[in-house]
Design a protein around this ligand. Structure first.
Ligand code: CMC
Length: 434
């Protein structure tokens, strides 16, 4: 075992009348795991854990989260400190390079982001070939996948990963803004070297020849916070996908393109769009949010209160608290405090948090509950909310891909299964089949 964790004890497993001993490992924050890798060779058994409810797929030194205590750290720094004191670019550097940058390092990183912000002109024609109603997430995953053709990596992708990371961070921002302009038929606005990462994105989205975009610092600050809070979240569905696809030694662009597709789902990153659609629906329905809470509680109704619940947080999602405050700040700055959707969201939250159903199941508002209200106030269209999540999650995906690629213990991801199908049957030629 070459990873940096220590054996802290043993676990005994009794199978029929035999007892097997398995090592127990401990991570740096004291979390413990039974190492079952030799279980099969020693006992012939596998473990079964559909949906990976309690399976560690790797060790990682990127993010620590304790869902019982509402704790989230990136590389040892609390999410509260990072969201309060850093820009997204600093946090992206931290996730990718394992340390907070000095001023000189940060300047160099910003220069790299500027240098790689332009898209190859041939890629811009791609946008013309998608149907007008194409989902921005499908456009994004296709374009990220094809970046590999335009910017091939070296044989050893780690040699060029710094440049690849800057390319991804910078070009995905450009792709997102261009896809918005193209979907509206507006002229493209190219990236500018003298704007910060977030201001540049907003400018590419909303500047126009007839109405120059005025950069609002409160909006830029909120966008920085949102992207920071989405930066990484350990082995979530999309990150686990990036690692799994990458474990087949596929390139980082293809791995991240797969992660974007996983993020698209409404149970994962797609929830931010679904929350907005739900709030709109409640609003159209006369603001009767209690009806929606009853629907969510009804076991015969598949409806769920989107933006509530989390696989690992069984207490408040620490990201949600920060976003809720940023939401108040942005709406105040834009004089939109009376947004009826914000009022509905706050009432929903209050009622759900005091309802037995939600208390018993420990369902709290998650990162996606308030983020959409900010995006909407800024002017981001609802169908691009999950693209914003992807932009924020990029540094985490890149860091995990690299960690997986470098790990001496990395193997191709290949879960096992318990077969429940028919036993061996006699083959029947087609003409004799009934
Ligand atoms: N509304 C109503 N009931 C819920 C909800 C909800 N949002 N979430 C979970 N439950 C109930 C669920 O019906 C089950 O009840 P019972 O025990 O009676 O069968 C219980 O709570 C446990 O739920 P689960 O589906 O076993 O939990 P999970 O860990 O598999 O799913 C989840 C986690 C996030 C997919 C789920 O809570 C959910 O669907 N939430 C709504 C979608 C959402 O907001 N997703 C964003 C998650 S945060 C950002 C991200 O990961 O990208």
């Amino acid at each position: 075992m070459s990873e940096k964790y220590k054996i802290c004890g043993n676990a005994e497993v009794r199978i029929d009348d035999q007892v097997f001993t398995l090592p127990v490992f401990e991570g740096s924050e004291g979390e413990r795991a039974i190492d079952i890798r030799k279980l099969r060779s020693e006992t012939g058994l596998i473990t079964l854990d559909s949906g990976y409810m309690n399976t560690g797929s790797c060790t990682s030194n990127i993010t620590f989260l304790d869902g019982e205590k509402s704790v989230l750290h990136y590389r040892g720094y609390s999410i509260e400190d990072l969201a309060d004191q850093c820009s997204f670019v600093e946090v992206a550097y931290l996730l990718i390079h394992s340390k907070l940058p000095t001023n000189v390092e940060l300047d160099g990183f910003k220069r790299q982001l500027n240098d790689h912000s332009i898209l190859h002109e041939d890629m811009i024609h791609f946008f013309d070939r998608f149907p007008p109603a194409a989902s921005p997430m499908s456009i994004l995953s296709s374009m990220v996948n094809s970046l590999h053709n335009f910017y091939p990596e070296m044989d050893d992708p780690l040699e060029t990963l710094n440049i690849t990371a800057a390319r991804l961070l910078s070009k995905v921002r450009t792709i997102a803004a261009f896809s918005y302009k193209k979907s509206n038929g507006y002229p493209l606005v190219y990236p500018r070297f003298n704007l910060s990462y977030c201001a540049n994105f907003l400018n590419m989205m909303f500047d126009s020849p007839v109405r120059p975009y005025l950069i609002n610092d409160v909006v830029v600050d909120a966008l920085n916070k949102l992207l920071i809070l989405h930066g990484d979240h350990e082995q979530n569905c999309s990150t686990a996908t990036v690692r799994m696809v990458g474990s087949a030694r596929v390139n980082v662009y293809a791995s991240i393109s797969a992660g974007i597709n996983a993020l698209w789902g409404p149970l994962h990153g797609g929830a931010n769009q679904a929350v907005m659609e739900m709030l709109e629906e409640i609003h159209q329905d006369g603001g009767n949010y209690r009806k929606f809470i009853e629907k969510a509680k009804d076991p015969d109704d598949p409806f769920r209160l989107v933006g509530f619940g989390h696989r690992v947080y069984k207490s408040h999602d620490p990201r949600c608290r920060i976003i809720k405050k940023a939401c108040d700040d942005v709406l105040k700055s834009l004089q939109m405090e009376d947004d009826p959707l914000l009022a509905i969201a706050k009432e929903l939250e209050e009622v759900a948090l005091s309802d037995e159903y939600f208390i018993e199941r420990r369902l709290y508002p998650n990162v996606d509950f308030y983020s959409g209200i900010i995006y909407r106030a800024i002017g981001i269209p609802t169908n691009m909310f999950t693209v914003m999540f992807a932009l924020g999650r990029l540094p985490g995906w890149i860091a995990h891909w690299e960690e997986m690629w470098k790990s001496p213990d990395a193997r191709i991801s290949r879960p096992r299964q318990i077969y429940t199908g028919p036993l061996l049957r006699k083959f029947v030629p087609i003409e004799e089949r009934e």
